[in-house]
Design a protein around this ligand. Sequence first.
Ligand SMILES: Nc1ncnc2[nH]cnc12
Ligand SMILES: [Zn+2]
Length: 331
Amino acid sequence: MTRNPLKAEIHCHIEGAAPPALAAAQASRYGVDTSHILRDGAYVWSDFSEFLVCYDAVAALFKTAEDYALLTETYLNELAAANTIYSEIIVSPDHGDRIGLGADAYLAGISDGIRAAREKTGIEARIIVTGERHFGPDRVISAAEYAARAGNPLVTGFNMAGEERMGRVGDYARAFDIARDAGLGLTIHAGEVCGAFSVSDALDLVRPSRIGHGVRAIEDPAVVERLVELGTVLEVCPGSNIALKVFPDFESHPLKVLRAAGVRVCLNSDDPPFFHTSLEREYEIASGEMRLSDDEIDAMTRTALEAAFVDEETRARLLARFDAARARPGY
Ligand SMILES: Nc1ncnc2[nH]cnc12
Ligand SMILES: [Zn+2]
C-alpha cells in the first residue's frame, strides 16, 4: 500500500486553485466567454506572460464574497481529503478591487471559506496578502497598507507575486517595510523567472524568512550558501516550475540538490490546475520522480509547519499533530 503522509503547504494562490469546472460554471453564471482561456476542461496559456493573463481572467470570474467563499472552501476541503493539516492561501486585494467587489468583501469571503472548511475537516489555514508586481510599486504598497490595517486574524503574511521581470526588488522594498512594521510574516516570489540575482536582491532588500520558489539560486553557489546561513525557507513548487519551463524536467529540478546543500525547503502546489498538479501530486513527484525518501519528505512537511506564519500555540498544535501521526504504527 502506498503511504498517504500528512501534508502542509504554504504557497498556493487562491484564484490559481480554481478547478476548471468551477471556473466554467462561474463563466456560464455570469455570461462570460472563456474560449480564450479555457479549452477541453483545461486552462490555456503557453508561457509565463500568458499564464499571468489567463490567471487574471480566471480571477475575474469570481465576483462576490460568496464566490470566494465557495472557491476557498472547495480548495481546502480537497486538501483536507488528501491528508493536509495546514495551508497558506495567497490572496490579492487588487483582484477584489478590479472586479468591483472591494478588498474587504473579497477577504471576508475567503475568511468564510476558511472557517467553513475548518469546521468540516479540521484543516487550519491562514491568508497571505500579496501585491502583484506587474501592477507596479504603488499598487504593491497599497496592498501592504491594506494588509497592515486589515485587522483580520487570519491575515498573517505579506508576499509579492506577478511578473518578476518588472522593475527591481528595491522598487518594492517600501511595501515590505510596511508589512514588517505591522508584524506580518514576509515572503516574496524570487528566483523563479529571474536568476540568482533576484534571490540575493530579495535577501538584501526584503529580508524575508521565506522565498516563493527561489530555486534559481542554484545558479550561484554563493547565494545557495547565503540561504543556508540565513535559514531562509524556499517554498518550492516543482510541478509549477516544470509547467512554466523554469527547468526542462524533474530530473534536472534542483530541489534535491538544494536540500542536500542544507537549504530549508518544502513542497507546494502554486496554482495547481493551471499546472496540472495538486499538493498530493507534488508529494508523489517528490517520492517518485525525485526519489526522496519518506523521512526526507516528512522533513519538508515539518519545515513548512516550522516556517508557517502562525502564532506559536498553533504551530505547537500542528507539530504535535504531525509528530503523533508519524509515531503511529504503519505510518
Ligand atoms: N508562479 C507564479 N509566479 C508569479 N506570480 C504568480 N501568480 C500566480 N502564480 C504565480
Ligand atoms: Zn506563486
